[in-house]
Design a protein around this ligand. Structure first.
Ligand code: AMP
Length: 543
């Protein structure tokens, strides 16, 4: 073997902001600030302030490898922390403020965070748990002197004051690309949340891998409204991929309602936006009521949970916006698969394309997936066989933070996603369930997600969850728990017969219960564990 003669440079997150500052100095970052007004500056400004943040790390006594937490909305200051903290060699822990208080204290303590940077919004939340955070030495409030609040938090600093005092000269250090850059905790519907630790290398390769045309297809022509929170899986990596590609970045702050999002989409001429279905539901609701349109938007990326068919149709038919359905998880950085139509499928008519669009999509280079049965036999790509979905690749986790038994991947490096899926002959993967949510009826599996998708397709249903309930004859049978639209008087029989039009008779649920709302977890996903607890005493009418 002879060695190649190419240069070896460690892959560093700081190289992204250095690049954007030098080559896209005038491209804007626009933020709706927590204080109210719209803030705008450029990648040149951001690069300078990220260097100041890195100097602030020294002022605060933060060394390489130390953990620094954020509790913040999407905004320019949070973005500066993404680069300033990780670029200096410290590890950014983006805490999800929607966690229950006990979980919030748990993740901050478990990560060993020494300093917490927080938005004004979260001062009361931190005050209420501060007593349980023995390792936190300092709090930095992400605002200026004028807006600094009265607070019972100890050792409080003002972000803008710290930055003002910091030198804007800083040489980004170069170190092992496998060093940790950030930590995100999984939402943990069972047990404690688990810490996924990203490295500079994995983050950089993920940003490259997600930028390509078969990925998010990013370019300097894009103005991106980043709705997916910077506290959830590194904002799907877009806080890194956008400056890398010279995209304008628009950050909505705390205002996630349809009207506020639309206002930014319009004024900033956004061409791409990324969010979970719940957010899109609010936006399309607003568009319907107000009669507004989306003249600049070209594509929306929807992931985090399955995209309802009605949502795809609404975006594509009513507003001429392409929907890109994506699947991923905290453990996969998050990009796993993206749904882009291959040329032979583009020739099909829209109705024939729809079943494909509903799938979660194909792997992009850098991450591989497969499905296996209970004996770990690899299942065929025939679109019918379904089994446990596994993933491996440059940006897939190999273990959890502080977990000695780190045995989450098998000897070949395959990570168990906890999802159940099919993969068709063109490689389109479709999630049929979570392993623990699938309904096992008389030895056959029924997909709870498939039934939920059908139920929410009914015009009178706002949201629906399907859970397995014990049944004396079939072991388990499906129960629909649904939220009706206002003023609807849809009943059990009509919803069941509607579902019956789309599935085999044995898959039709045994009952429907209407509720005012369904329980959700910290990332907006349905909390089926809580729902199952709520229905602990439930019995089917036929038993
Ligand atoms: P999280 O780590 O909180 O982002 O959750 C990851 C999980 O969300 C995955 O394992 C899936 O169960 C679910 N998920 C993500 N994207 C999709 C999607 N497009 N369709 C269905 N489920 C999804």
């Amino acid at each position: 073997m002879i060695h190649g003669l190419m240069q070896q440079q460690p892959l560093m997150i700081s190289s992204i902001i250095e690049f954007a500052e030098r080559w896209f100095p005038k491209v804007e970052v626009v933020s709706r600030s927590v204080e109210g007004p719209i803030h705008r500056y450029t990648y040149k400004d951001m690069g300078r302030r990220a260097r100041q943040v890195a100097n602030v790390m020294q002022t605060l006594g933060i060394n390489a490898g130390d953990r620094v937490a954020t509790l913040a909305w999407n905004g320019y200051r949070h973005l500066e922390l993404y680069y300033g903290v990780s670029g200096s060699g410290a590890v950014l822990h983006t805490v999800n403020p929607r966690l229950f208080k006990e979980q919030l204290a748990y993740v901050i303590n478990h990560a060993g965070d020494r300093v917490v940077f927080l938005d004004l919004t979260f001062v009361p939340l931190l005050e209420s748990v501060a007593d349980e955070l023995p390792n936190v030495e300092k709090y930095v409030i992400l605002t200026d002197r004028e807006h600094m609040p009265e607070t019972s938090l100890a050792n409080v600093h003002c972000y803008e004051e710290l930055l003002e005092a910091a030198d804007s000269h800083y040489q980004w250090p170069t170190f092992d690309e496998n060093a940790a850059s950030s930590i995100c905790y999984t939402s943990g519907t069972t047990g404690n949340p688990k810490g996924v630790v990203y490295s500079h290398r994995s983050t950089l390769i993920h940003a490259l891998g997600s930028s390509i045309p078969n990925g998010l297809s990013l370019s300097g022509n894009d103005s991106i409204l980043l709705v997916v929170p910077q506290f959830h899986v590194n904002s799907w990596g877009v806080s890194y991929a956008a400056p890398m590609n010279g995209c304008k970045l628009v950050l909505p702050g705390p205002a996630m309602d349809g009207a506020s999002l639309h206002e930014l989409m319009d004024s900033e001429r956004c061409t791409l936006s990324l969010a979970v279905p719940t957010v899109w539901m609010m936006l399309t609701g607003f568009l319907r009521e107000s009669g507004e349109t989306l003249p600049h938007m070209k594509r929306v990326v929807i992931g985090g949970s399955a995209v309802p068919e009605a949502m795809i149709r609404s975006f594509e038919t009513d507003y001429d916006v392409e929907v890109i359905h994506a699947w991923g998880m905290t453990e996969t950085s998050p990009l796993g698969t993206l749904n882009f139509l291959m040329p032979h499928l583009r020739d099909l008519d829209y109705e024939e394309q729809m079943p494909i669009k509903l799938k979660q999509g194909k792997s992009v280079f850098g991450i591989d997936i497969r499905i296996v049965d209970d004996e770990n036999n690899v299942l065929p790509h025939d679109g019918v066989a379904f089994g446990r979905l596994q993933a491996r690749g440059h940006w897939v986790t190999s273990g959890y933070y502080g977990d000695e038994n780190n045995d989450v991947v098998d000897s070949d490096g395959w990570f168990e996603t906890g999802d159940v899926a099919t993969i068709d002959e063109d490689g389109y993967m479709m999630i049929t369930d979570r392993t623990k949510d699938v309904i096992k009826s008389g030895g056959e599996w029924i997909s709870s997600i498939a039934l939920e998708n059908i139920a929410v397709g009914h015009p009178d249903i706002t949201e629906a969850a399907v859970i397995a309930m014990p049944h004396p004859k079939w072991d388990e049978r499906p129960l629909v728990v649904a939220v009706k639209n206002h003023n609807s008087n849809i009943d059990r029989e009509s919803l069941l017969s509607y579902i019956g039009e789309s599935v085999a008779k044995w898959q039709v649920p045994n009952d429907v219960v209407f509720v005012d709302e369904l329980p959700h977890g910290a990332t907006g996903k349905l909390n089926k564990l809580k729902l199952r607890e709520d229905f602990n005493d439930y019995c089917f009418p036929d038993t």
